[in-house]
Design a protein around this ligand. Structure first.
Ligand SMILES: Cc1ncc(C[n+]2csc(CCOP(=O)(O)OP(=O)(O)O)c2C)c(N)n1
Ligand SMILES: [Mg+2]
Length: 693
């Protein structure tokens, strides 16, 4: 390395540092320390190794860089700006301001070039494992001898906090097991976190831990040693059989005479005086702010653009040759990249015959998933060690493994959180992922579900054993507050289908939706399959809620059910109708979808003038008042469950048609209805237009 090169490297590194410091200072908020310490690590990767094209940030075969330590967002913003992305100095100057592209933590929906939304520690690292799995699978599915169109690498930059979080250990363990040689984590080993030295809480042998996971581990003893970083990245990329960890010993707030190496450098602006001192330490003009020397633009920005253009032109050539040799695969690739589905994706799915015995929605769900997986090659996923219970298997496909990258089933092991994060990495790579466990363990996945919702990812979370009805396993396994808490999450469709054919339409909605995640709550126990010749079509699921069975004229009472409780509403409705009540039964599998319908439709399902409403759902009643109104009643469970056989639980908690009928009768009395007075349906000329199941 000659002196001129060293000088330009240092100039670029210090530009990243000073832009980051200035951005944080102007916002009067943010995290300067990590960018100052890790600027060389980031620069060397981006300038010498990362294969990307700033002119087309979504270039499909680009390397992925995930800033897992999202608090160091200014590091990424500065780097993206200098690497030629559409992120101006003005954008950087508006860091952390309302509607700025440069949000407090990086958000993938705001800036092309930000591969994923990060900030909650551990998520980025874990999700990068999903990206690496995706790359290996895509390579295996699409590449052909002499035609390698997929060969990218995945990098994540991680901090102490990332590695203290359990989810990164789950994902690292799986990555090691799977031998993901295309994955490199760059670890900011600065031994500082917010509360002080990491000595107070985190003293394990990190290198030893990763070696035990099966990783290739290297250490760079000085973050400012550009040559050592270069050599370590080269070796990491060269290691094809194991994921790589590059531990970089850095100093937080490097260059700041009074804050370097202390937690003070972590999460607050340095202050104008300290910034001047740090700039002087870098040999920078302390009077200059947001300063980008011309040489830096010429080297880093123009260089990245030039390399990006060449890289993409070369890939385009490869892809054209591929298209000639393998037109069908090339067409599939394009469809997948556009976020579309192959022709015929929704044809030939199962249709379920009516029957009182019915089928558990986990079982019908599994059958529909099989049909989808047979028609959409890039559906991929698995379970956190419960595949036999959750029925989520891609048929005729093996497990994805070290030896077999073809497999579309992923054995996540008992790592629910890691699973959900990895699913997001698959979704970010255009794969349509699913992952499954028991509903009560949504709690173990929640942070990653939230990232999916926040970043508009079409991840499909499948959770079975969705109520106390799972029975003898008892309250530890019986979800209560889960539906309510998940419904509180913006941008997540929580779907609890009421019978097998509702499951079919739930999946139709899910597969047709690319801009948000869905969570399906499915039963362990059988639920009856409604006769759709008598009841309204399950297509109503596509609108979130629909009238399943109705009276003639305006109803006096509406029974609203979800999932396994829908059939109770139908039974109770039939009884009430027999007594002469005008009853409507509404199936409401997805609140969020219903909320998105126009008001006229919502009012047609739940007419505002009908205030006698009963909701029935075996879970927390929180939130149901929104649909039943102030005069309505919610039958639910606001305490923990019990271990017992199903039948006893249903009696104990009031999930019987008799109880629903009783509650409805007393509500009718209270709201001035005439029911319970012995008038028959016939004599009143009304009656529920459905059969009793
Ligand atoms: C899951 C989660 N918990 C807590 C936080 C708040 N937080 C932000 S950074 C940080 C730790 C800082 O230490 P480190 O990760 O080593 O970053 P450094 O200070 O070295 O930049 C914490 C606790 C978070 N962002 N995510
Ligand atoms: Mg740290």
């Amino acid at each position: 390395m000659n002196d001129t090169n060293r000088l330009i490297d240092l100039l670029c590194i210090n530009t990243i540092r000073t832009l980051s410091m200035d951005g944080v200072q102007k916002a009067n908020s943010g995290h300067p320390g990590a960018p100052m310490g890790m600027a060389p690590a980031c620069y060397v990767l981006w300038d010498r190794f990362l294969r990307h094209n700033p002119a087309d940030p979504s270039f499909a075969n680009r390397d992925r860089f995930v800033l897992s330590m999202g608090h160091a967002s200014m590091l990424l913003y500065s780097t993206l700006h200098l690497a030629g992305y559409e992120l101006t100095l003005d954008d950087i100057k508006s860091f952390r301001q309302l509607h700025s592209k440069c949000a407090g933590h990086p958000e993938s929906t705001l800036i092309p070039g930000v591969e994923m939304t990060t900030g909650p520690l551990g998520q980025g690292a874990s999700t990068s494992v999903g990206m690496a799995i995706a790359e290996r699978w895509l390579a295996s599915y699409f590449n052909r001898p002499g035609h390698e169109i997929v060969d990218y690498s995945v990098f994540a930059q991680c901090s102490d906090g990332d590695f203290m979080e359990g989810v990164s250990s789950e994902a690292a363990s799986l990555a090691g097991h799977l031998g993901l040689g295309n994955l490199t984590w760059i670890y900011d080993n600065n031994s500082i976190s917010i509360d002080g030295s990491t000595e107070i809480a985190y003293t394990e042998d990190v290198a030893g831990r990763f070696k035990a996971y099966g990783w290739h581990v290297q250490r760079v003893h000085d973050a400012n040693n550009v040559d050592a970083l270069h050599a370590a990245y080269e070796a990491a990329i060269g290691e094809k059989k194991r994921p790589s960890l590059v531990m970089v010993d850095s100093q937080i707030g490097f260059g700041s005479p009074n804050r370097a190496g202390t937690p003070k450098a972590h999460g607050e602006p340095l202050g104008a005086d300290e910034i001047r001192l740090a700039k002087q330490a870098y040999g920078w003009d302390p009077d200059k702010q947001f300063y980008v020397p011309e040489e830096v633009t010429a080297h880093m920005t123009q260089g990245a653009k030039r390399r990006g253009g060449t890289l993409q032109a070369d890939w385009d050539k490869r892809f054209n040759a591929y298209t000639e040799a393998h037109p069908d695969l090339a067409a599939q690739w394009r469809t997948m990249q556009r976020g579309e589905l192959p022709k015929g994706w929704d044809e030939g799915w199962p249709v379920f015959d009516a029957g009182a015995k019915g089928v558990a929605t986990r079982v019908s769900g599994g059958q529909v998933l099989e049909a989808i997986a047979q028609r959409v090659p890039w559906v991929m996923g698995g379970s956190a060690d419960l595949v036999a219970s959750t029925r989520t298997k891609v048929p005729d496909s093996e497990y994805f493994s070290k030896e077999n990258h073809d497999g579309r089933n992923i054995a996540f092991g008992v790592r629910e959180h890691g699973m959900a994060a990895i699913m997001n990495g698959l979704a970010l790579s255009k794969i349509r992922p699913f992952g499954s466990s028991f509903m009560t363990f949504t709690d173990y996945c929640r942070p990653s579900i939230r990232i999916a919702a926040l970043s508009n990812l079409p991840s499909t979370f499948i959770f079975t054993h969705d109520s106390i009805c799972l029975g003898e396993d008892g309250p530890t396994h019986q979800p209560i507050e889960h539906l309510a808490s998940l419904r509180a999450m913006p941008n997540l469709d929580v779907i609890r289908p009421g019978d097998a054919n509702e499951v079919v339409y739930a999946w139709r909605h899910i597969m047709g939706t690319m801009d948000r995640p869905a969570l399906m709550a499915l039963t362990r126990q059988n639920v009856p399959t409604f006769d759709r010749k008598k009841f309204k079509s399950a297509e109503g699921v596509l609108r979130g809620a629909y009238v399943l069975a109705d009276c003639t004229g305006v109803p006096e009472i509406i029974l609203i059910g979800t999932g396994s409780e829908l059939s109770l509403c139908v039974e109770a409705g039939a009884k009430l109708a027999a007594e002469g009540a005008k009853v409507r039964v509404v199936s409401m599998p997805c609140w969020e979808l219903f909320e998105r319908q126009e008001a006229a439709y919502r009012d047609s399902v739940l007419p505002p003038e009908v205030t006698a409403r009963v909701s029935v759902e075996a879970g927390s009643t929180m939130g149901w008042s929104r649909w039943v109104g102030s005069e309505g009643v919610s039958i639910g469970i606001d305490r923990f469950g019990e271990s017992a056989p199903l039948k006893d639980l249903l009696d104990e908690f009031g999930f019987t048609s008799e109880n629903v009928t009783r509650v409805a009768q007393s509500l009718l009395k209270k709201t001035g209805g005439e029911r319970g007075n012995g008038k028959s349906a016939k004599s009143r000329g009304t009656g529920i237009e459905c059969a009793t199941l």
